[in-house]
Every structure is written in C-alpha cells, then in structure tokens.
Write a protein that binds this ligand. Structure first.
Ligand code: 2PG
Ligand code: MG
Length: 403
C-alpha cells in the first residue's frame, strides 16, 4: 500500500504473508539520488507502483518460496523487464525483496540479521552509528551550508547503547552551541533531523568540532558533490555562498577541510563520474575513509571498478539504489573482497522501519548511517539496541578499519 515517508511524500509498504507469519517493510526515498540508481517509482508515482504490484506481481508471488531469495529477486527483475526497475519501481522491488527476507527469517525462527548473514556469508557485527548532526545542500533550505551532511561517529565505546548515546550527546550539545552562537537561529532542522543553521561549511565544521570536544568521536562529511556539480560549466557550485570551484579547487578545498578539522570520513567529495579525483584524495590521505555513494550506487560492478582504480576506502550500501536484497548482498561481498569498509545507509525520506539495522548487522557493516534524531532515524538505532539486547556480546562491535 501507499504510505507517507518522513518528508510527507508518498512511498510504498509491502506486507507478505505465509500461514500465520507475516512481514512488512516500508521503502525510503532519496532526494540527492545518483544518476545510476534504479527508478524509485514508475513515472515517479508511488500509486503506480502499487498498481504494478496488483496487476503484474501479486499473482506471481502467490505460492512462491520466500526462502528462495535469489528466486524472488530474479522474479522481480523478470516481471519488471527493464534495466532500472522503471516498470515496477525500485522502491517496490526493495520492499518486496526485503519483506521476503524477513518472512523467510521468521519462518525459520531466526532474526533477519542472521538470515542476511547466512545468505551473504559475511561475518555479522554491530555497526557503529554514523549520524549527521548538521546539514545543508539538498536536505535543507537556503542559507544553510552547501555541504549536505556533517557526520559524527563514536570511537572506542564499550557497546551499542554507549555508541548511540554518544551521537545523541553530540547532537544535543551542538544544538546548545548553535542556539547560543548563531543569531536568529531557532533550532530548525533539515530532512534528516540534523540542524540546518545559516552557516558556511567551515563555520559549521567549527561548531561540530566544538560539540564533540571530549566525546572521542570521529568527524565526517557527505559532500554529495554530484548535487553541486554543473556539468556544462564543469564546476562545483556552492549555491548558498555564491562560489564556484573547478575540480582542482574542489580537491584543494576538501583536502584543506580534512587537514584542518582532522576528518576521518568524506563521502562523495566529487561528482559521480570522477573516479580520478577520488583516487587523488585517497592518495593524499592514506587513512581517510573516502566513501562512494553516488559514485557506486550499491552496484557490485561499480564497487569493483572504484576498488581497482583506488578511488574509495568505503562504500555506501542503500538497498533501494539497486532494488533487491540479492544485489545489495553482491555489493557488500564485492566490498569485502576488496577490503572496502561497508556503510549501510538510510535515505533522507524515511519510514519508521527498522529493517536497515538487521541489514547492517547481517552484512557485517562497519557503520550504519541512519541520522541521529527524529523518530524515523531513532527507529534504526532502537532496532540495533534491540538486537544487542537479545544477542549481547555474542556479536562484536565493529572497529573502524582502514584499507
Ligand atoms: C545520502 C543520502 C542519505 P538521499 O546522500 O547519503 O543521507 O541522501 O537519501 O537524499 O540520497
Ligand atoms: Mg550520500
């Protein structure tokens, strides 16, 4: 059925039933989407996805074995018949694929994360929460920073609960700092619950740095540079500041921020075709987690290419970028094969679905990027805490690994 996401936009939720067991998964929606992602909805309309479900999918799914994940995912592709899920929509494909995994796990009486771990062959662990406390770009209004996300993650914490608390504390402290320092700022937030103050990128980083003082947290950015990039002019446009940068200037600027603020993580610092600038940034900072999101869009083939070129040390895994659990697993396995850090990620438009936490645990991700505050963000953290409550120290908390 059609439900609403955290932005109030329509999205889809799927419920699959087998005997007296059922599984329900809602699909999120991105705003800063990669050009090579699958189509979220047919003709951009969630209702058309539900129509497609009722007319071409439902009948084929009846009686299908949910524990045949590959079979379900192949069926989704076959019924769709396009390269990019434009007929049924990637969000519908994802919701069906994930609900099928949850249903199969329930039928086997194991948690979804364990089912995903079994399918992937990857070693499950508790991921570290990587969350944005301040934001701008496509996720906020005019005057906010041009960079989309200012991220924090805990280093050296004892367990999942402490890890979540650490990010919450940083978010709260930042709120107090911004209210005190930024005249006229009333505490407004962007799409993902991160503060959206009228500051430039550097002032924003200064405030975040102040907020994490003594908290032992790593700092990061999601530049979401494809959104800033003007193809015709071959320039990065910092819209809110009225500044433009060439690729070379962008590299210098990002490198300067890494140095000045001791950043540990930088996502999408260049546009989605520019493997070479990513490679140069990796080369400049041997321990920096240069992370590809729009660059690789959860596709094993692109992750392989980025790895061969030395362009990334981490990759974002967003299942609805590619549409199926099987392809998300293939992407995660390709990352592991190349010693690339896995970051399982939410979208800016989210539902209160907690499945993402299971996916992150089951894929042995180092990070779960799911924001910090806001019901739909906390839903992922709370699910992670529930998994921890049930399985305790039988799984380890991830450590930040560098390639
Ligand atoms: C990103 C995401 C999530 P969106 O760029 O990493 O934070 O944004 O879902 O809008 O693509
Ligand atoms: Mg991103």
């Amino acid at each position: 059925m059609v439900i609403f996401d955290s932005r109030g936009s329509e999205t889809v939720e799927v419920e699959l039933v087998s005997g007296n067991i059922s599984a329900r998964v809602g699909a999120p929606s991105g705003k800063s989407r990669g050009a090579k992602e699958v189509m979220p909805f047919p003709e951009n309309d969630a209702r058309k996805a539900v129509q497609a479900f009722n007319t071409v999918l439902k009948q084929r799914l009846l009686g299908f074995d949910a524990s045949d994940q590959r079979g379900v995912d192949e069926l989704l592709k076959k019924v769709d018949g396009t390269e990019n899920f434009s007929r049924i929509g990637g969000n519908l494909a994802y919701a069906v694929s994930a609900a099928s995994a949850v249903l199969a796990a329930r039928a086997q009486n194991i948690p979804p994360w364990a089912y995903i771990a079994r399918l992937s062959g990857l070693k499950p662990c508790y991921p570290l929460p990587l969350g944005n406390v301040l934001g701008g770009g496509a996720h906020a209004g005019e005057g906010a920073p041009d960079i989309q996300e200012f991220l924090v993650f805990p280093q050296h914490v004892a367990n999942v609960v402490e890890a979540v608390k650490c990010n919450v504390e940083a978010h709260r402290r930042l709120g107090r700092i911004l209210l005190r320092k930024v005249g006229g700022f009333g505490g407004g937030r962007g799409d993902e619950g991160a503060y959206a103050p009228p500051l430039d990128d550097e002032k924003a980083l200064e405030a975040v740095k102040e907020a994490v003082e003594g908290l032992n947290q790593g700092l990061g950015l999601d530049v979401a540079a494809s959104n800033m990039y003007n193809t015709e002019r071959d320039r990065y446009v910092y819209r809110n500041r009225g500044v433009e940068k060439t690729a070379e200037e962008q590299l210098e600027y990002i490198a300067g921020l890494v140095e000045r603020f001791g950043l540990a993580y930088v996502e999408d610092p260049f546009h989605e075709e520019d493997f070479e600038s990513h490679r140069r940034l990796c080369k400049m900072f041997p321990r920096l987690l240069v992370c590809g999101d729009d660059l690789v869009v959860t596709r094993a083939r692109l992750i392989g290419e980025a790895a061969r070129k030395g362009s990334v040390r981490a990759v974002i895994l967003k299942p609805n970028q590619v549409g199926t659990i099987s392809d998300t697993i293939a992407a995660a396995v390709e990352a592991e094969r190349n010693s690339i850090v896995r970051v399982v990620s939410h979208r800016s438009g989210e539902t209160c679905d907690g499945f993402l936490a299971h996916l992150a645990v089951g894929l042995g991700a180092t990070f779960i990027k799911a924001g910090v505050l806001g019901g739909e963000r906390v839903a992922k953290a709370n699910e992670l805490i529930r998994i921890y409550g049930q399985h305790g120290e039988s799984l380890l908390l991830a450590e930040v690994g560098y390639a």
